[in-house]
Design a protein. Structure first.
Lengths: 304, 429
């Protein structure tokens, strides 16, 4: 059956045209070109030269590629649950009725609107082993804090601490989900004699499970794109004049940072494009797995 | 025309203008008084950008043919993007390492040829300045300023151990450093004697002082595990191990976080020797004028005393991209800036000259109390150029990584340098 475009369809298409043109030129075209570049040797200023799978071969035999992937996976799989837990705890506090609740919600969210570069610079000072607030605070309990950003054993944990400070957006999403949990559930549980822990694990968590999984997916994807903080830290460290530092022993050389080094410091755009496509595949696969898990988690929660 | 038709036409207009926005129209290249416009991009910002603009103004005042328009472009990726998209500036300021890197991709105009055609006097440059900006014997930029690093020392700390003169060999320096270094009751370092910080100086001058090098004379053969590097790292580790690797790292971390701030460990009187640039003297005066400091040349060793004053050698240089449109005007500006225009600019910005006719300039020598030692170091021509292999950026980042392994005690100097050498050689292939 032939479908004729109505005048409204045509007008609608024309009104959407600027966006479509922008999408094709600024998103689809670079995407396709980066795929092409991933099979070329391309220094950004010279013409790309076809090298087949060389960039991928180089990457798979590159020690720093695996190091950056390992660092990123550490951050993704360690920081994501911690950050989610912090966000949920803050949301639970913000969901309770108490004096100055609005002020508390504002304070919890405030770090998320502070520019990341400025916040990271402040954190660098906070992590100072001698004058920093963190070690001074630990010293109150007789604990000698480490050299957070120069000891390769503690650098990634410093990043996790920085991340847990900035969970305002996740907190808001969790808060919205918590407010949707019907009060009648808790009232019924009270009648059955359930305590706070039982209510948390059998009502609250299942009711917000879908939001938690959604948030976990987002956080995981963000973790694989983690760049600004490590870029600022490694740039501010001042020791490396190549402009391509990955922190002490490359312990915070995250995948996107190494991609950036390849593209803009080593001028290997082809290799960087290959890295971008590998990252896209990894994130795509992870998203599929997480969505499947989320469907399962939500259906289990629904059954409960 | 109905409103709907007008709306549709507007949408179409927007779409077309978006698509063709980059087409652009030819911009006029002449000023109102008929002078040719030359565009100059420099990476300086803040006060340093003002000094660049002052120099540009002086050039423009002297001209009736060209008019330079300066732009502060601190993000050098924009240089590359502009050159790649045919929107290139006519003159760019860049480091000598970038000159080599850009010219490896054939991006820069041959300044030797332009200079020879215009009767430029190349004798104003000593060998380090010439080679640092040359590829295959041809210059691709004219250097404007030089960077060398020399030794600042705290006179009061030195006197506290009964010494009056700074060391001239690393062996003497180590001895003095041990005497001055103090730790508190928790074992944390309170005063650091050995110049382990800044890290960039530890990687360069502290290595070069022992005759160590990261590349051979040709600039492209890696020499990570050469004897000088190992000797330097062994002394470095002897000091670290004596006071505790963790404690030294903590102190260095604090030094790093507070570098060039009022809490800088040297300004706070907690560092005996500091390998730093001439700007450091101004910073001491700004942040803590009470620090009683002296400046001397970087020591050599007992076996190689001729290494006195050894340092990295870097330049800020001026180059013309091959895709520049106004090359003659660009050359006129550059040749003026590195000769007639250099002194006023250097006095304002506080940098060392690349032009050797200014090494003994009384005004420059008087402008910074550290300059006499730095100028003396420049005259020794003991400047070491950074490695110039086409993978030098990757190599430098690897050097930093392996030095971390040494400093943290993860690897011995020999193990780390052998592995680094193997990595560098595999990159060369």
């Amino acid at each position: 059956m032939k479908t004729r475009l109505t005048r409204d369809d045509r007008n609608g298409f024309l009104f959407a045209l600027p966006w479509i043109v922008g999408f094709l030129l600024l998103s689809i075209y670079p995407l396709i070109m980066s795929l092409y570049y991933s099979f070329t040797e391309f220094s950004f200023i010279s013409d790309p030269e076809w090298v087949g799978l060389d960039n991928f071969r180089q990457l798979f035999s590159d020690r720093r590629f695996y190091k950056s992937l390992g660092n990123t996976c550490f951050y993704a799989f360690v920081a994501t649950p911690i950050l989610l837990l912090v966000a949920l705890l803050l949301a639970l506090i913000a969901n309770r009725r108490f004096a100055l609740r609005s002020a508390a919600r504002t304070i919890f969210f405030l770090p998320s609107i502070i520019p990341m570069v400025a916040a990271t610079m402040v954190w660098i000072w906070m992590f100072d082993p001698t004058y920093g607030y963190i070690n001074n605070f630990l010293a109150l309990f007789g604990i000698e804090g480490p050299a957070w950003l120069i000891n390769p054993k503690t650098t990634k944990w410093a990043l996790v601490m920085m991340g847990s400070w900035c969970t305002g957006t996740s907190m808001l999403t969790c808060l919205a989900a918590l407010q949707d949990v019907p009060r009648s559930y808790y009232e019924s549980a009270d009648l059955d004699g359930a305590n706070a822990v039982q209510k948390f694990f059998h009502i609250t968590i299942p009711s917000v499970a879908h939001v938690l999984v959604y948030q976990a997916i987002l956080n995981l994807i963000n973790a694989f794109q983690y760049f600004t903080q490590v870029y600022v830290i490694t740039t501010a460290s001042g020791g490396n004049t190549s402009g391509a530092s990955g922190g002490p022993e490359n312990s915070i050389l995250m995948y996107p940072l190494y991609l950036f080094h390849n593209a803009f410091v080593y001028q290997k755009m082809g290799k960087a494009s290959a890295m971008a496509w590998i990252l896209m595949i990894i994130v795509g696969l992870l998203t599929i797995v997480m969505v499947k898990l989320s469907n399962k988690a939500v259906s289990n929660a629904g059954a409960e | 025309m109905t409103r709907k038709t007008i709306a549709i036409l507007l949408v179409l207009l927007c779409s077309l203008s978006f698509v063709f926005a980059q087409g652009g129209s030819e911009e006029a290249n002449l000023t109102e008084d008929g002078r040719q416009i030359v565009t100059y991009w420099y990476y300086h910002k803040g006060n340093e950008a003002t000094y660049q603009e002052n120099a540009i103004a002086r050039f423009n005042e002297s001209q009736d043919k060209y008019f330079v328009q300066g732009f502060s472009v601190p993000d050098k990726q924009k240089y590359l993007v502009a050159m790649a998209s045919d929107e290139s500036p006519d003159v760019i300021a860049l480091t000598n390492a970038e000159v080599i890197s850009y010219q490896t991709s054939g991006l820069l105009e041959d300044m030797s040829t332009m200079g020879e055609a215009n009767g430029f006097d190349f004798s104003i440059y000593d060998a380090p300045a010439l080679t640092a900006n040359s590829v295959d014997g041809r210059m691709y930029a004219f250097p404007l300023t030089s960077v060398v690093i020399q030794m600042f020392y705290n006179i009061d700390l030195l006197n506290s151990i009964g010494e009056t003169e700074p060391p001239t060999t690393m062996e003497e320096l180590f001895e003095m450093a041990e005497k001055v270094t103090t730790v508190d009751e928790s074992g944390n370092i309170d005063i650091l004697g050995y110049p382990l910080f800044p890290l960039a100086s530890a990687r360069q001058e502290l290595i070069y002082a022992f005759g160590g090098r990261w590349a051979a004379e040709d600039g492209v053969t890696p020499t990570a595990n050469c004897e000088g590097n190992l000797k330097s790292l062994e002394m470095n580790m002897a000091f670290r191990e004596k006071y505790g690797v963790e404690q030294v790292q903590r102190f260095v971390a604090t030094g790093n976080t507070n570098r060039y701030t009022p809490q800088d460990i040297f300004f706070a009187g907690k560092q005996l020797f500091r390998f730093d640039g001439p700007w450091f003297a101004n910073q001491i005066r700004e942040y803590n004028p009470d620090v009683n400091f002296g400046v001397a040349m970087v020591p050599g060793t007992e076996a190689n005393p001729e290494l006195l004053g050894v340092s990295r050698y870097e330049n800020t240089s001026l180059a013309i991209p091959v895709v520049a449109k106004e090359k003659e005007g660009a050359y006129a500006f550059i040749s003026w800036f590195v000769t007639e225009g250099a002194k006023d600019f250097l006095l304002e910005i506080g940098s060392l000259p690349a032009n050797n006719t200014l090494f003994d300039d009384p005004d420059l020598l008087a402008s910074n109390e550290a300059f006499p030692s730095f100028m003396a170091a420049l005259k020794t021509a003991n400047g070491i150029e950074a490695p110039r292999m086409d993978y030098s950026a990757e190599y430098t980042s690897l050097i930093d990584e392996y030095l971390d392994y040494v400093y943290n005690g993860t690897m011995t100097p020999q193990e780390a340098m052998d592995e680094l050498q193997a990595q560098a050689e595999s990159m060369a292939k």
